[in-house]
Design a protein around this ligand. Structure first.
Ligand code: 0O2
Length: 228
């Protein structure tokens, strides 16, 4: 199942939202084009992941992907990130951000994440640009996921293009922690006390232990990924 969080952007939507004004006008028009091409790269990558998932399920009788969520970064979020990175408001600077198109792949088990990684980067045309393994080395706050930036080739009416897509792979347990931590931090604009931060870190460790136990249960004594 692929859930797409962002929708197709039209100039009239951005005009209504008050974006198409003075200094931002040219940038906003170019952004619509950019949104389309990144969406194409994202769809290409999510389709490839979906195919790999089905193939895996056919051979091993186990589907590694629980579900996927896709999004192209919103204009607000791009503007905020460019400001944070001190990038001038020019469209060529948008290409310096490598997470304009993003896919979150929620897997059943930790091992599924590394199987998918291997399948994805050995599949034709997809090149790994950058990797951050926050599963082997979780962030100090407890955040765990495998982040890949992959260069994705695709074809549109003007011809062949290649753009980076950020792929975040995580288990259901890792996703639970990240979603709730994000909800607590952003929605309520909360700054965690030391005790709360320690509690969140402990939750992450507990969930990592659950992931390990579920993986062991899945494999069971003598129950592996046998071909059906
Ligand atoms: P969104 O809307 O989720 O995309 P960057 O800051 O992006 O230049 P880098 O190294 O790419 O640097 O960032 P990082 O930290 O590897 O990964 C950024 C994304 O990972 C975030 O995207 C989150 O989706 C996720 N992430 C990273 N750390 C945490 C965390 O502590 N908690 C949660 N809940 N998610 C995290 P954005 O940019 O927040 O936006």
């Amino acid at each position: 199942m692929i859930l797409e969080k962002s929708k197709i952007i039209r100039l009239q939507d951005l005009s209504q939202a008050g974006y198409v004004e003075d200094d931002k006008a040219d940038f906003v028009k170019d952004f619509i084009r950019i949104n389309h091409i990144y969406r194409s790269a994202m769809q290409e990558a999510s389709t490839r992941l979906d195919i790999l998932d089905s193939e895996f399920a056919t051979i091993y009788n186990h589907s590694p992907i629980h579900h996927m969520e896709c999004r192209v970064k919103t204009l607000d979020s791009i503007l905020e990130k460019m400001k944070r990175k001190n990038l001038e408001l020019r469209i060529d600077n948008v290409y310096k951000l490598q997470d304009i198109a993003g896919i979150r792949v929620i897997c059943n088990y930790v091992e599924d994440i590394y199987y998918l990684r291997k399948l994805l980067i050995s599949s034709n045309g997809f090149e790994l640009i950058r990797e951050s393994d926050y599963i082997k080395r979780p962030k100090p706050n407890g955040y765990r996921s495998l982040h890949l930036i992959v260069s994705v080739p695709f074809v549109i009416s003007e011809g062949r293009m290649e753009l980076p897509v950020e792929i975040q792979l995580r288990t259901i347990a890792m996703d639970m922690w990240a979603s709730l931590e994000h909800e607590l931090r952003y929605k309520s604009g909360r700054v965690f006390t030391e005790a709360e931060a320690a509690e969140l870190l402990q939750c992450s460790k507990d969930l990592a232990a659950v992931d390990e136990k579920m993986q062991a249960l899945f494999q069971g004594p003598g129950v592996g990924r046998t071909s059906s």
